[in-house]
Design a protein around this ligand. Structure first.
Ligand code: 3PG
Ligand code: MG
Length: 401
């Protein structure tokens, strides 16, 4: 039993910080991936079922100059109504701290929901302004933080606001609880062998997470564009593959550190190379350290996929962040698919697998593996920082108070 599930919300107005920062279609403003909205439904429904009412607050996008049409949370109202079902009354306030917001919040009846306008229409949100946090806090009787995706930000609504609620009146919701349990299991209670699969374009984004995982994992698999900086650091020829010249030294240091720690780093032995970055490119398979000039690696090759899959199959704990190639293009998705397959198989055989980071989650969804892994994180940047070993402000604000 968790603090959230044990709490009875009857007669209370729960102010929930959610991460409804969902991708919207540029033209129609329709939601293109509602994972983060669906993830919070158990939290919202439990409070409503208890006889409480719900006030939802979130940011959307990165508005810089106050209110703007394209970042309005009003675009989410129809879908929120659909997700909650016909019987639930959903109100919208077009200013998160305005008179209308207070009035609607104070008149909310048990079972009703109020969605507030974008918190980032106020600069005070990102600044972590105390006065703004206090104003928000007046909207509810109890604060629930369920925004794991934004937990790495020390903003007014994600962290500072917790100071305005006494102990027992600030809780994690089910998303936060689930993320923290899954993350801590992998970071502090992993069964070995423990493989970390790290992909994506840039080494610079993943240095800290690799460093921290070298302290904990038995194997680290490196794929995606970032693998070529490692290949070049080891003296390989990488043609015109992605390379962060200024990170060659970092890559060498990480490889050395892995040897010192007795962690096996697996780089892709071969690659699918292309003559241009395009869906209709000419392609061939080639050793990853002998890529001809004018060609670039856009996916791991079949040998690499086989070796990586072997490592994954013998692992008991699997952490996956970042795709193996440009999986959005059909010619370069076999590597990521093979990894998803191996992770699913290993999970079926008893391993614990956690997948996170926008692109890897999109890949897992696209290939239909969502229910075949143990846990899919709703965090991008937050998930990275969690596995870098950092204290996330959104977690600390409740846990340490
Ligand atoms: C995210 O999508 O990364 C979170 O919602 C946080 O948004 P931000 O990166 O704009 O702070
Ligand atoms: Mg982000």
């Amino acid at each position: 039993m968790s603090a959230f599930s044990e709490h009875n919300f009857a007669g209370q107005k729960a102010l929930i910080r959610v991460d409804f920062n969902v991708p919207l279609d540029k033209q129609t403003r329709a939601i293109t991936d509602d994972t983060r909205m669906r993830a919070t439904l158990p939290t919202i429904k439990k409070i409503l079922a208890d006889g409480g009412s719900v006030i939802l607050m979130s940011h959307l996008g990165r508005p810089k100059e106050g209110p703007e049409e394209k970042s309005s949370l009003k675009h989410l109202v129809p879908h929120l109504k659909e997700l909650l079902g016909e019987g639930t009354h959903v109100f919208f306030a077009d200013d998160c701290i305005g008179e209308q917001a207070y009035l609607t919040a104070s008149m909310l009846k048990p079972g009703e929901v109020l969605l507030l306008e974008n918190l980032r229409f106020y600069k005070e949100e990102e600044k972590g302004d105390k006065g703004f946090a206090e104003k928000l806090s007046k909207l509810g009787d109890i604060y629930v933080n369920d925004a794991f995706g934004t937990a790495h930000r020390a903003h007014a609504s994600t962290a500072v606001i917790a100071d305005f609620f006494p102990a027992g009146k600030k809780l994690f919701g089910t998303v936060m609880e689930g993320e923290v349990i899954a993350g801590e299991k992998v970071l502090h209670n992993s069964e070995r062998p423990f493989v970390a699969i790290i992909g994506g374009a840039k080494v610079s984004d993943k240095i800290l997470i690799i460093e921290n995982l070298l302290e904990r994992a038995t194997d680290v698999i490196i794929g995606g564009g970032m693998a070529y900086t490692f290949m070049k650091a080891r003296g390989g020829k990488i043609g015109s593959s992605l390379c962060e010249e200024d990170r060659l030294g970092t890559a060498t240091d990480l490889l050395k550190k892995a040897i010192e720690k007795g962690v096996s780093i697996h780089l892709p032995e071969d690659s699918i190379i292309a003559d241009k970055f395009a869906a209709d490119a000419e392609t061939k398979t080639c050793p990853s350290d002998q890529i001809p000039d004018g060609w670039m690696g856009l996916d791991i090759g079949p040998k690499a996929a086989g070796i990586f899959s072997e490592v994954i199959r013998k692992s008991k704990t699997i952490l996956w962040n970042g795709p193996m190639g440009v999986f959005e293009m059909e010619k370069f998705q076999a590597g990521t698919k093979a990894i998803a397959d191996a992770v699913a198989e290993s999970t079926e055989n008893g391993a614990y697998s956690l997948v996170g980071g926008g692109d890897s989650v999109a890949a897992v969804n696209q290939f239909g593996y969502t229910d075949k892994v143990s846990y899919v994180s709703t965090g991008g940047g937050a998930m990275l920082e969690f596995f870098e070993g950092k204290q996330l402000p959104g977690i600390a604000a409740i846990k340490n108070s």
